[in-house]
Ligand binder design. Structure first.
Ligand SMILES: *Cc1c(COP(=O)(O)O)cnc(C)c1O
Length: 402
């Protein structure tokens, strides 16, 4: 199988249809550019849903991975290994938290945060057994496990996967009042995306995160920030919560933490919270493995320079200025922060999928989300020139439907 057409045909026939990919078959990638099997080049404006913030084949990250591959790849947590302490201390310092619990995928980290919050509720807050509830948001995306899809409001994600896990209250995103009304004596946590990525890069009203933080503190409820997609440089800060100077009780991290090389996720929290977990109560065979830690250690080193955060902020201004000019010109609204944008295409003109395809034909890979929204999130290494080029192509793609 060598041509795109052959590979797509067999992929469609022999894989479950849980994704609807654009018809492009990628063979290699460097920085912000990917090349397909026929040698066509595209700018990557998805970045593996922000897993590739530091670029495809980032030399520092690849070198760390290659070095580690030669030495040690897996021990399981039955033993210590020499990358582990640096990872926990480094990520702890980056988040300002005492302790780390490493997992692999984002969904596992969210599950970890849920388990920790419940246990904290029973053991520290004194919530009655089996009564804990967690407040979550409408249009959330936290992953695909049975518990997480139990509180999804997306019919595709939720329907026919019951019976559902109880213990969650769903409230309107962006409304502090809705959380205040939902909090009761059994509430152990509020789980929130500081910016809702999958929902279409929805930025909550100014002051929302600050007020959620205050409300959580007032009611002795843990604030859990799912920064899996919004964190690690994407928005122009290390964490999206930083835009309001808000510090959650639990950070949930994933995606870019693995540098686009391996799945690495973790939660970070202080000892009074994460200290509730004792041996045997939670774990993962691969969580915190040496290869994952070595890669994440390179990612943490990169983030510690602040270089990528500053670059995302600067290029983000360029991106949003350009996209702002398109409003009224086939574009209804643009949202986002840093090098991250949700673009609502005029639905009378074309679907997000149709625009994504037209964009692909113009050498830019982006993905629609929810009907007429396109999400733009190039690797932060992208050059300003390439950024302008991609926006030109977006304008041209939209114009082609007029
Ligand atoms: C992607 C994502 C997840 C799930 O991560 P996986 O690695 O796909 O399990 C959870 N929360 C948010 C906000 C995400 O964007």
């Amino acid at each position: 199988m060598t041509t795109s057409a052959e590979i797509i045909e067999v992929s469609e026939h022999r894989s479950a249809h849980n994704y609807h990919p654009l018809p492009v078959v990628i063979h290699e990638a460097h920085g912000a550019w990917v090349t397909d099997v026929e040698g066509r080049r595209y700018l990557d404006f998805l970045s593996g849903y922000s897993s590739l913030n530091f670029g495809h084949g980032n030399p520092k990250i690849i070198e760390a991975a290659q070095e580690q591959l030669k030495n040690l790849t897996l021990t399981s947590r039955a033993f210590y290994h020499d990358q582990f302490a640096t990872f926990c201390a480094g990520l702890g310092d980056l988040t300002g938290k005492d302790m780390i619990l490493p997992m692999n995928t984002g969904a596992e980290a969210v599950e970890t945060a849920i388990k920790v919050a419940r246990k904290w509720g029973y053991q520290v807050k004194g919530v009655a057994r089996e009564q804990a509830n967690i407040i979550v948001m409408e249009d959330n995306f936290h992953g695909r496990t049975t518990t997480i899809v139990s509180f999804s409001t997306d019919p595709d994600a939720h329907a026919d996967f019951g019976p559902y896990t109880p213990g969650f209250k769903i409230v309107k995103y962006g409304s502090v009042e809705a959380i205040r009304e939902a909090i009761d004596a059994h509430t152990v946590a509020v789980l929130v995306e500081p910016i809702q990525g999958e929902a279409g890069v929805l930025v909550p009203p100014d002051g929302y995160l600050t007020q959620v933080r205050e409300l959580c503190t007032e009611h002795n409820v843990l604030m859990i920030a799912d920064e899996i997609q919004s964190g690690l440089g994407r928005t122009g800060k290390t964490f999206a919560c930083d835009h309001e100077g808000v510090v959650p009780d639990i950070y949930v991290l994933g995606k870019a933490l693995g540098g686009g090389v391996v799945p690495v996720s973790a939660i970070a929290a202080n000892r009074n919270v994460l200290g509730v977990i004792q041996p045997g109560q939670h774990g993962s065979t691969f969580g915190g493995n040496p290869l994952a830690c070595a890669v994440a250690n390179a990612v943490i080193e990169i983030l510690n320079t602040g270089e990528f955060q500053a670059r995302a902020a600067r290029l983000g201004e360029v991106l949003h200025a350009r996209l702002g000019e398109m409003v009224g010109n086939g574009v209804v609204t643009v949202r986002g922060r840093g090098l991250w944008a949700g673009v609502d295409i005029d639905p009378s003109l074309a679907t997000g999928r149709a625009v994504s395809k037209a964009l692909m034909e113009r050498g830019v890979l982006a993905k629609d989300t929810h009907g007429s929204t396109i999400r733009l999130a190039p690797p932060i290494v992208i050059s300003e020139e390439d950024l302008h080029h991609a926006v030109d192509q977006l304008a041209d793609a939209i114009a082609s439907f007029k």
